[in-house]
Design a protein around this ligand. Structure first.
Ligand SMILES: *Cc1c(COP(=O)(O)O)cnc(C)c1O
Length: 387
């Protein structure tokens, strides 16, 4: 049937996430300018860079000279090392059995249990190296970390290990988005006391870090030697910073676009989608878009959200299903098969931000981009690379 080679790659579907690496770099520069050059910046690229693609984002940020990367899992760090990322990588989580591979790949562990320190000490001895650890103190997040009340015992116990070095001391804020925050102030005081205890026990951690995105912006005194920035890098976080708080200028990095697959004109009284939850009240032009909740469009946007078509808002009608979403294009001008639909991003001067979708879905912008499905092709824009 095929005269030459059979085609083995299928062209991509008409739904894609566009990631603008120029904007990512712009956001890093903007954040650095805002917080001052004297603080190191760790770019948090866990969860596939909040859905933006960890390898591509890390490569762009490494070229921009970011100081550290932060990931949740050692597996995520290994993915970056395999892509030839050489910048230091901190793994916020790690589990028994992962020590040798982590040290071998030069991934830095966060540790808060003495058994884990012992395991890294033993692994370092086996590999004939010194393991650099970052010790996490729980000053009020209540999630993981050495309890603030047990710091002294922990520091004393750490002294028994010959093959580990405490390179960093960190904590994580629970409520840094509050402008006046007793909790954040308490966390900073407890953390300063923990640092003193480590010093008194002969440890000299060179990295002292507390601040996540809201901490770095809202609480200048939490910037210490390094800030750990996730959301803001991706231009997210309008909803994790206090409303109207003066922060760095940021640009959303990701947009989500699709194209109409099918259009029909239906009479008054037509039901649309699963459960027939939408009933047309007039003759309507109804279009189907090939994106669904598996792709990350929250099902709670059923009969609730809207999308951009021709720079105008077209409401989502009926239930968002796994692979399809139905929209009412009666009032948005010419819409036919192939017309662009913007679910997230800009079109002809109009925009839908992740924060807007998040508000409708009663979540935060981070969950919207993290929730983009694996079958949504990521397309990277990079003017710097294009020359
Ligand atoms: C995710 C994470 C961050 C980044 O938080 P953002 O609000 O996205 O800046 C910082 N530190 C730790 C420990 C984290 O887990």
């Amino acid at each position: 049937m095929f005269k030459s080679e059979p085609p083995i790659n299928i062209p991509t579907r008409p739904t894609q996430a566009e990631i603008d690496l120029d904007r990512l770099r712009y956001n890093l520069r903007s954040i650095r300018k805002f917080i001052g050059e004297s603080h190191l910046v760790m770019a948090v690229v866990k969860a596939d860079a909040y859905g933006h693609g960890a390898i591509q984002c890390a490569q762009a940020l490494e070229k921009e000279g970011v100081d550290w990367f932060g990931v949740a899992l050692p597996e995520e760090g290994i993915e970056l090392r395999n892509a030839e990322i050489t910048t230091p990588i901190l793994c916020f989580g790690n589990w028994p059995g992962q020590e040798d591979a982590m040290l071998f790949q030069n991934l830095t562990p966060v540790v808060y249990q003495i058994e884990r320190a012992a395991a890294f000490d033993a692994a370092a001895a086996r590999l004939n190296q010194t393991a650099k650890l970052h010790i996490k103190i729980d000053t009020g997040m209540g999630r993981v970390g050495v309890p603030a009340t047990e710091v002294a015992d922990f520091a004393v116990a750490l002294k028994q290990f010959q093959n580990v070095e405490v390179e960093g001391l960190m904590t994580h804020f629970a409520a840094a988005d509050e402008v006046v925050s007793d909790q954040t102030n308490l966390q900073m005081r407890l953390f300063a006391a923990a640092a003193e205890t480590f010093h008194a026990n002969g440890f000299q951690p060179e990295l002292i870090d507390m601040a996540n995105s809201p901490g770095a912006i809202v609480h200048p005194d939490s910037r210490a030697t390094m800030v750990r920035i996730g959301g803001l890098l991706y231009g997210l976080g309008g909803d994790v910073l206090p409303r109207d708080f003066p922060g760095p200028d940021l640009r959303p990095v990701l947009s989500l676009r699709s194209h109409i697959s099918y259009v029909k004109t239906v009479p008054t009284g037509t039901t649309i989608g699963y459960g027939g939850t939408f009933l047309t009240e007039r003759e309507s032009v109804i279009a189907t878009v090939p994106i669904g909740y598996h792709d990350g469009l929250p099902r709670v946007l059923s009969n609730n959200g809207s999308v951009l078509v021709n720079g105008k808002r077209a409401p989502i009608v009926g239930r968002v299903s796994m692979d399809w979403t139905i929209i009412d294009v009666t009032d948005v001008g010419d819409a036919s098969v192939g017309t662009e639909v913007v679910l997230l991003g800009e079109q002809l001067g109009q925009k839908i931000r992740a924060e807007d979708l998040a508000e409708l879905a009663t979540t935060i912008s981070y969950e919207i981009t993290c929730g983009l499905g694996s079958r949504v092709p990521r397309v990277y824009l990079d003017c710097a690379e294009a020359g």
